[in-house]
Design a protein around this ligand. Sequence first.
Ligand code: SF4
Length: 211
Amino acid sequence: MENPPDMSEALESLAAKVRACRICVEQPRGRPLPHQPRPVLVPSSKARILLAGQAPGTKVHISGMPFTDASGDRLRNWLGVTPDEFYDTEKFAIVPMGFCFPGQDAKGADLPPRKECAPAWRADLMALMPQIDLVLTIGGYAQSWHMGTARGPSLTETVRNWRAVWDAAAGPKVLPLPHPSWRNTGWLKKNPWFEMDLLPFLRSEIRYRLN
Ligand code: SF4
């Protein structure tokens, strides 16, 4: 059988292993996943842009497609792309820090990405996507993994420092973003520089890579 045009044979093979993963049920670090795993990720051997998010929420757990929710609508608006562009695997790879919906806490907030996921899979997936030249780190977990010491003491400081992060990147360019969740609407109001300065730059870098 031919490989999907957007994935090398090695990447397709690894993605198949991820999709069959049961680590958080069978060998969990702490409490097991409260439901059957349903990994949601869109790796690509062609896309230049990687969306490194957190973990699926309830709607994405049901749809099996990343960002099929209000956060996705806001993220597409930030990027200045249509849904067709966003889900074009030759344009975007979407690989969150945790691939399965982690469940919710007692207050109904989504739990953090499962700790098991990135150590098990992320380095190998990244190694098979060497064409990525822009990583959008969405939230603190992705910023910790992809930015290392360039991450600031808080999410606000990390994102505010975006120009220095951009200039300093030796490998793929990195732009830190807050999570596009409605929970961050207050943060967006308090930090108008994000929409005034960072978003126009982000949109021009996205458009440059899509055209
Ligand atoms: S969250 Fe990651 S490590 Fe855990 S079961 Fe899903 S794919 Fe496997």
